[in-house]
Design a protein around this ligand. Sequence first.
Ligand code: SAM
Ligand code: SF4
Length: 449
Amino acid sequence: MLNRSNSHRENHPKVFIKTFGCQMNVNDSEYMIGQLEQLDYSETEDIFKSDLILLNTCCVRAKVEQKIYSLIGKIKEIKENNPDVIIGICGCMAQKEKENIFKRAPYVDLIFGPSQLNNLKEIISRISSNKKQSIFCNDTACFNLKDMPVKRESKISAWVQIMRGCNNFCSYCVVPYTRGSEQSRGVSEILAEVENLAQENYKEIFLLGQNVNSYGKNLPESATFSKLLELLNNTNGIERIRFTTSHPKDFNFNLIKVIKNCDKVCEHIHLPIQSGSDKILKIMNREYNVNQYKSIIREIRNNISNISITTDVMVGFPGETEEDFQQTLNTFREIEFDDAFTFIYSNRENTIASLMPDQVPLQVKKERLWRLINLQKEISTKINKRLEGEVLEVLVDKKSSKNIPNQLSGKTRTNKTVVFVGNEELIGKIVKVKIINSDTWTLYGELVK
Ligand code: SAM
Ligand code: SF4
């Protein structure tokens, strides 16, 4: 049961926003808060003190969607207690579910999809005055972040969207339906945003796109992702450049050269493999096979020393046999990823995979996931162990969550978390840390003075 509080009105209207899913959603929420501040809203972490509740949702897997519906169910009580509160559901699940949300939760006021990010001020002003249940879910996505106010969570590292949407239609995935087709932002607009970030003292930028390798394809100017990285590498003040996600089918060997030659582009590539079985990759519509994937990895490792490679992988795709799964395990043993996001295949309605025969029973999927996670843990632990004794560059981003005085946490260029003792003034700086100890997820070290 949700706890109630009646003392929720102060001078400014308050917005409570909860974000689910990927980094792009996190960044979209930052743009929402930025716009709402112009309408005089201030952010609150207390849902009971809010005048506007926004759930920025994800629907890539059914479990998240169930969790969101359950939260929407709990919010009913808040609306009963305070009928003036505006409840808005936005993001990918809003785009997918549309009026189904009103059917299940008639007390929700507002539904809007990712394409409406630019119109948020107008949408909120309108509903605040007319109080009419409304839905804004255009299928034609508009991607225009130029001059849009943004309130970033971090003062050190900033998300920068370079493209949105996806044209790939992997047979299991809802993203092309919820985020629309691929659109890239113009080069000069991205450069200007990063220049501003540098002036605001940001040290790191994280370039975002569903498939960054195909950046520029729909632009009138001639632009590629590699060229963009080269240009961004010249921004004074920015010390690190990261990006996600790369698609193996579009992986460009020129990118390897750029990562190697551009000092600010970090040595970390997230390259989702999804499966180690050619049969499964084909029916996933991934458009590469395991040998092609392995040859990209070989090329990367032959050219960039100390690169870390992480991946996404799914178990229990329709038709995945024990033999297919063994091929995934073998591929993981051979490649030795630094880390992996491991998922149980989730059946998403209206995707091609949802209609495929031979859906794998949940128990089998769970058991495969468990085996794969255990293997990856062994590999990550082994890779981290090899780093003991090395001195690594760490961008300090926060106090370590363990609440021990003077314990700081930061990231290596290869995106590994390092915990060490140091003065809080180091937050936002790049320091050298000697790695003394490690476990599966974390390196522990001593500051090198
Ligand atoms: N665009 C990226 C790519 O192609 O690799 C990934 C974006 S997707 C939102 C993030 C990850 O979610 C995917 O790499 C995939 O492993 C996982 N995913 C997507 N659809 C899924 C589904 N139906 N069930 C389980 N995992 C899924
Ligand atoms: Fe989904 Fe495939 Fe597009 Fe990634 S590339 S967002 S997995 S359809």
